[in-house]
Design a protein around this ligand. Structure first.
Ligand SMILES: *[C@@H]1O[C@H](CO)[C@@H](O)[C@H](O)[C@H]1NC(C)=O
Ligand SMILES: *[C@@H]1O[C@H](CO)[C@@H](O)[C@H](O)[C@H]1NC(C)=O
Ligand SMILES: *[C@@H]1O[C@H](CO)[C@@H](O)[C@H](O)[C@H]1NC(C)=O
Ligand SMILES: *[C@@H]1O[C@H](CO)[C@@H](O)[C@H](O)[C@H]1NC(C)=O
Ligand SMILES: *[C@@H]1O[C@H](CO)[C@@H](O)[C@H](O)[C@H]1NC(C)=O
Ligand SMILES: *[C@@H]1O[C@H](CO)[C@@H](O)[C@H](O)[C@H]1NC(C)=O
Ligand SMILES: *[C@@H]1O[C@H](CO)[C@@H](O)[C@H](O)[C@H]1NC(C)=O
Length: 762
């Protein structure tokens, strides 16, 4: 099929599929239920389509995923929102009726930090109150009811530290066994930052590698999972069990030296699970017997909920069921509905963070592991959930730039090919409903939250909610804003997204915005983000082209793995070929006035492009947290990453580290395109010195350049006021050089002063 034909087919497919599945089933229904949404979006139906401006993006509602009650009638979610008037965030907790789509508010009390359904009740709730009447820095467990949240509530337990991540199970005797996590001392006591006695000196002292990670210096405290029990008292109220002393919880992790769970910085309550009968707990920890910096090995630990035995690894080096040769990162433990089996993922390679995740099933009684379900399936799923009957598993998997749900039997053989039953967008969470359907929460490039039901047999059955139908900031957005194409890359066919601006008209031309993703093992996927949101860039007046070149995930192992030891070769050529394809095939894209931007590996690639011929094709560049000096790579803490990606040690294989060095003189001499450099102080993996080095070079070479720094941000800029400045600088920079600024007075401009610019140029 010719590429041009392909894009047309794709356009029809994307639009038709989305319209029929997501819209037509739902639009009549959403229309009927518009009244229910009026509280959330007054008058949204009459507003004309508006462009997504940075302020609107940042202050639009951010909804959590929806968790159904056991009967599947209603689901619970939270909505966070930032106000640029009060400069404060607020959170409301909502219920959504899964039949009518009607949304009601449960509470907006700022002391409520987390709510879950209590055991098998359809209306009772268990929540974390982030204050504690008796213990400064502690929290409390409270109970309430959907019928009248603010009046039915009462305190059930006092916890002595800042704990979160509630998970519960109802035991045979009707008690509620729960789990929470937080920081722990080595002796197992929960760490309370408000009450901790701190040394007078701020010095830090280390005897092992990995002194810091992501944005945090390691200390002697670490994450641990704690267990507790609530029982129904004669008074009819739930309270902490009499078996544990007041407020005391069992620390399930600290009894084995060097265990930590959830594992920072990304770890959360998906790192642990409680069996449905309340008896067992499984959690993930990094390998305690290995240094933390130069491998990714981690194991799943198994421990009784009452802490009566120490945790034991089910897939560690000494575990009886450990599959041969499998040594990498473990993740996502989930118990089967009968509490007899545990499914989890593990990577094979001991130092490759983007190795394929394979699904294993461990049987508790026999301590046996069924190795590698659908082992030959060329995908790397990130989450598993058992079907209600325990005979199958539903997996959430990155698949061709979406996150789709797939189903497979729990005894699938090596060659079994799981079948997807969702298509567009990206699934974030999913739950079984008693009627056999699955409640899915996800997002897409054109909607920040979509909640729908699906079944493995019928696919999507009903859309219950979509943010673009109710949020004024997203008004007018639809699947028609997005398209995709494939082109011939360096060695294989490469996928790319294409995102159109507001009021897109094929008879006009729009400057190219070339978007380069990070990882490098990652992808541009059909999902919503408040950082690098496709639409907010497009709506300035660009056509965004977001390719998934060599190194990208979701297209099979080969595309991902080919970037190893090849950071600047195949992917660079894939990008050159993408740029040429866009120039030759899309009349509505103006490549003469194009700009390019990227973060992380994408920032490295921008820095590499700046010193190579492709850099001359752009009017401006933006690199966010990119590396620059090849020899500085050793200043990261993730040594497993550099040793994998550059295929050797810093001393034994230095040539690999230097092969694609943007700071090499022959590349510096080519640098000539105006560049904005963004680098924040708390990005410990790619230290600030990388951004400073490049800024020094560009300034001394007379290349128009600007440095944007955030002292309190890590790899991501998340604070809303910082995010506003980030967007103003990034969009203002590209608009200045692409000509958009001159042609559109509504476009973001550098002239607006949010923060003064320091300029001592003579
Ligand atoms: C939260 O709880 C504290 C007491 O711990 C109280 O002083 C404060 O008013 C509460 N906030 C709200 C919004 O009720
Ligand atoms: C949270 O706890 C504080 C202290 O016990 C109490 O005053 C407040 O009413 C509680 N708020 C909620 C929403 O539970
Ligand atoms: C555990 O260690 C911390 C910090 O040294 C200390 O404050 C706490 O009292 C200890 N807990 C127990 C039970 O000894
Ligand atoms: C990892 O680091 C330790 C020292 O902390 C060293 O003994 C070991 O050889 C290293 N392993 C690899 C694979 O580099
Ligand atoms: C499964 O994914 C394919 C694309 O790979 C898509 O065409 C198909 O519609 C999806 N199936 C369902 C049921 O959504
Ligand atoms: C692919 O990229 C490599 C490395 O940059 C280059 O040597 C080769 O010529 C490219 N192949 C094609 C077909 O362009
Ligand atoms: C990595 O190094 C090994 C040993 O030198 C070599 O055999 C292998 O081909 C290299 N892999 C890549 C992707 O360069």
């Amino acid at each position: 099929m010719s590429p041009q034909k392909r894009i047309n087919t794709f356009r029809v497919r994307v639009n038709l599929v989305l319209c029929t599945i997501i819209f037509c089933n739902a639009c009549a229904y959403l229309f009927v239920n518009m009244r229910a949404f009026q509280l959330l979006a007054i008058g949204s139906a009459v507003l004309p389509a508006v462009a997504l401006a940075p302020k609107q993006l940042i202050s639009a509602p951010r909804r959590s995923t929806a968790v159904p009650n056991p009967s599947g009638e209603v689901a619970l979610f939270s909505t966070g929102q930032y106000s640029f008037e009060s400069h404060e965030s607020s959170t409301t907790w909502n219920l959504i009726d899964l039949k009518s789509g009607k949304i009601s508010e449960l509470t907006d009390d700022s002391n409520v930090s987390e709510i879950i359904w209590l055991g098998s009740s359809n209306s009772e709730l268990l929540y974390i109150n982030s204050t504690n009447a008796d213990i400064p820095g502690g929290v409390e467990l409270w109970i309430s009811d959907t019928a009248d949240f603010n009046n039915f509530r009462y305190k059930a337990a006092s916890l002595s530290a800042s704990l979160s991540g509630l998970k519960t199970a109802t035991t045979k005797t009707g008690d509620i066994n729960f789990l929470v996590y937080g920081q722990s001392y080595g002796n197992g006591t929960a760490y309370n930052d408000k009450l901790a006695v701190k040394p007078l000196s701020t010095a830090r002292i280390y005897d092992s590698i990995y002194p810091r990670h992501w944005d945090t210096w390691l200390t002697t405290t670490f994450n641990a999972v704690f267990s507790g029990t609530l029982e129904l008292k004669k008074s009819g109220q739930w309270a902490t069990s009499r078996y544990v002393s007041r407020g005391a919880l069992k620390n399930l992790v600290s009894t084995v030296k060097n265990l930590e769970s959830p594992y920072p910085p990304y770890g959360d309550s998906t790192d642990y699970d409680i069996s449905p009968d309340g008896k067992w707990v499984a959690f993930k920890s990094k390998a305690p017997e290995l240094p933390r910096a130069n491998n990714t090995a981690s194991y799943i630990y198994f421990v009784p909920h009452d802490g009566s035995k120490n945790p034991e690894a089910i897939n560690g080096p000494d575990s009886p069921g450990t599959p041969e040769g499998v040594k990498g990162d473990s993740s996502g433990p989930v118990f089967s509905p009968d509490s007899e089996q545990l499914a989890y993922f593990q990577m094979t390679d001991i130092a490759y963070e983007s190795d394929r995740r394979t699904l294993y099933v461990y049987t508790i009684d026999s301590k046996e592991t069924i190795p590698a379900l659908a082992k030959n399936w060329d995908r790397s799923p990130s989450a598993a959930k058992w079907t209600t009957d325990g005979k199958g598993l539903i997996l959430n998997t990155e698949d061709r730039a979406r996150n789709r749900l797939f189903i497979l039997p729990s005894d699938a053989g090596d060659d079994f090919v799981p079948r997807n039953f969702t298509d567009s967008g990206s699934v974030s969470s999913y739950y079984n409903l008693p009627n056999g359907e699955i409640l899915v929460s996800g997002s897409a490039m054109w909607t920040s939250r979509i909640i729908y039901t699906a079944t493995p047999e019928k696919g999507v059955t009903n859309v219950v909610f979509s943010a673009n139908e109710v949020d004024p900031a997203l008004n007018g957005m639809s699947s028609a804003d997005v398209d995709e194409f494939y082109y011939e890359g360096n060695w294989t066919e490469i996928h790319s997204w294409i995102i159109y601006p507001q009021n897109f008209d094929t008879s006009k031309t729009y400057p190219l915005l070339f978007y380069i993703h990070g990882g490098p093992q990652g992808s541009w996927a059909d999902s919503w983000s408040t950082r690098w949101n496709y639409k907010v860039w497009a709506d300035q007046g660009y056509v965004v082209v977001a390719p998934n070149p060599t190194g990208s995930t979701g297209f099979g192992d080969k595309l991902t793995d080919m970037i190893t030891n090849n950071w600047g070769s195949y992917p660079y050529d894939d990008l050159v070929k993408c740029w040429e394809y866009v120039r030759d095939n899309f009349d509505f894209i103006d490549t003469d006035n194009g700009v390019a931007a990227g973060a992380s590996y994408g920032g490295f690639m921008i820095n590499w492009i700046q010193g190579n011929p492709l850099g001359r094709k752009f009017k401006a560049l933006v690199s966010h947290d990119g590396t620059f000096v090849a020899d500085a790579k050793i200043s990261t803490e993730e040594l497993w990453f550099i040793e994998h990606d550059f295929n050797g040690t810093f001393w034994g294989d230095r040539d690999n580290y230097r092969r694609w060095d943007p700071s090499a003189p022959e590349h510096i001499l080519q640098m000539d395109t105006p560049q904005l450099i963004i680098h924040s102080d708390l990005d410990f993996r790619l230290p600030i010195s990388e951004g400073l080095s490049l800024f020094n070079v560009l300034q001394m070479r007379g290349v128009p350049s600007r440095l944007l720094n955030f002292p309190d941000e890590n790899h991501w800029v998340t604070n809303q006021e910082n995010s506003l400045v980030w967007h103003q600088q990034v969009l203002g920079w590209i608009n200045k050089y692409s000509g958009i600024g001159a042609s559109n007075s509504n476009a973001v401009s550098l002239d607006e002063t949010i923060v003064p610019v320091v300029d001592y140029n003579p």
